[in-house]
Design a protein around this ligand. Structure first.
Ligand code: NAG
Ligand code: NAG
Ligand code: NAG
Ligand code: NAG
Length: 416
């Protein structure tokens, strides 16, 4: 009896040892704050709860972003940076969590929020778009490539006429205000140009753009937008495209575009257009050379465009096509020119002949009336009376010729 009781006792204490946290209470963090530390960038900070039973080093935090866009993640730190548009405010919650043998235990939540910045509805900018472009800078410079940035937008539909918009960008820890604006018809800024920026052409961070404004009539709502560099980068076209033919053999070469990315980071498309039959051939290439067969009797136009390959960056846009270059038989162009010359000459000849004919016809009508004039005495009478009535000589002539003809006919029929 006694040993049985002992075994039972032992079993219950064992169970209590296995689950020591059954009564262990997880407390939420304290002093949770959200602080704006840059354009479209906040820092979330909290402290561990001072009343939390110590001795458990496995405490973690579960952060939940509630606005502007839902997101959640876990961290062991007590600080967290977030990048998000802030023009609609920002809200987040955090709780203490503990993973134990695959089971999650969590405290209650603590929350904080940033209020929506003030401003009248409909006054913030709309349709904000930005593109970047890489330009070569001084090769001796620390950075051989510079990135330019151009943004355009439209004034909000309810923005007063005196609204003045200001654009700022942030890349990493760099923030700059626009110095070079273009204006709409009401003299409001609607575009901005940064010839050089602190943007890293190969960077992976978000580009944050902030447009706020001022007006004497009302508060202008600010607007934030984040851009992924790969999506807005306008890649330069390939350089120095050359092509040569040898019989039916066409060989095209080019150099990589002006870009911070190295040679192996580019995909190309070659476009070969047969000007004789209108046939277009477009080929994808990953090297700087393309060889093709041609018919040897046509003239071809060639263009190449580039894009940063997915091996080096997320898929972006194609560059513009390079300048047209032509190869192949040159006979087509002189032929076309001859055709044009002949066509022009023929047209001129026809025009001159036609105008000559017209002149002759005109002479005829002028010469015609005097011939029959002396032949009929009745007609003379008519002319006399008619010129007396009508003022213009033209009507006079017409009447004469009209009257004249029946007279002739009568005369002729009477003679036969
Ligand atoms: C919370 O903030 C207050 C005031 O800043 C500070 O006195 C206190 O020490 C903080 N609590 C913890 C646990 O750090
Ligand atoms: C601005 O954007 C809206 C919606 O995104 C679109 O319907 C409109 O056509 C755009 N306006 C202009 C002028 O691009
Ligand atoms: C616009 O935003 C910039 C950067 O945050 C700030 O320095 C400036 O005071 C703001 N201007 C207005 C008119 O709100
Ligand atoms: C392209 O050609 C020009 C002139 O032929 C030359 O100066 C330039 O160095 C070439 N570009 C490259 C990248 O080699």
């Amino acid at each position: 009896m006694v040993p049985a009781l002992l075994i039972l006792l032992k079993a219950t204490t064992l169970q209590a040892d296995l689950l020591p946290d059954k009564k262990f209470l997880l407390l939420p963090p304290v002093n949770f704050t959200i602080k704006v530390i840059g354009l479209a960038q906040v820092l979330l900070c909290w402290d561990p709860n001072p009343d939390q039973e110590q001795g458990n080093a496995n405490l973690q935090y579960h952060v939940k972003i509630n606005a502007p866009e839902e997101d959640d993640y876990e961290t062991r730190k007590t600080k967290s940076k977030c990048v998000a548009p802030l023009h609609q405010g920002f809200a987040a919650s955090v709780q203490t969590i503990l993973w134990n043998n695959g089971f999650l235990r969590a405290s209650s939540w603590v929350s904080a929020e940033l209020k929506t910045p003030p401003g009248s509805p409909g006054t913030s900018v709309v349709n904000l778009t930005c593109i970047t472009n890489t330009v070569a800078s001084n090769p001796t410079h620390l950075r051989p490539y510079k990135v330019s940035l151009r943004c355009t937008w439209l004034a909000g539909k309810d923005a007063p006429e005196d609204t003045h918009y200001f654009l700022y960008y942030r890349y990493g820890s760099w923030t700059e205000e626009c110095q070079d604006y273009s204006k709409d018809t009401l003299n409001r800024n609607t575009a901005c140009w940064f010839p050089t920026t602190f943007i890293n052409g190969k960077g992976l961070e978000w580009l944050a753009v902030h447009v706020n404004g001022s007006s004497r009539l009302t508060a202008i709502k600010p607007f934030d937008q984040l851009f992924a560099l790969h999506a807005i980068d306008q890649v330069n076209p390939p350089m120095n495209v050359t092509a040569e033919t040898e019989g039916t053999h066409l060989s095209i070469q080019w150099e990589k575009p002006v870009s911070a990315f190295p040679t192996q980071c580019f995909d190309y498309e070659v476009r070969i257009y047969n000007t004789k039959n209108g046939y277009v051939q477009v080929e994808k290439v990953t090297t700087n050379k393309f060889i093709s067969n041609i018919d040897g009797i046509s003239k071809y136009s060639i263009q190449v465009r580039a894009a940063v390959s997915s091996a080096c960056r997320a898929a972006g846009r194609w560059s513009e096509w390079s300048q047209l270059i032509y190869v192949g038989q040159e006979e087509q162009r002189p032929l076309a020119e001859w055709f044009l010359i002949v066509l022009t000459a023929t047209s001129c000849f026809i025009l001159i002949t036609f105008s000559l004919i017209c002149r002759i016809c005109h002479l005829w009508t002028k010469l015609f009336p005097p011939i029959p004039a002396p032949k009929s005495s009745i007609k003379d009478l008519f002319v006399m009376t008619d010129s007396g009535k009508a003022g213009s000589t033209e009507t006079e002539v017409e009447v004469v010729s009209y009257v004249d003809e029946p007279g002739f006919e009568v005369l002729e029929s009477s003679t036969f």
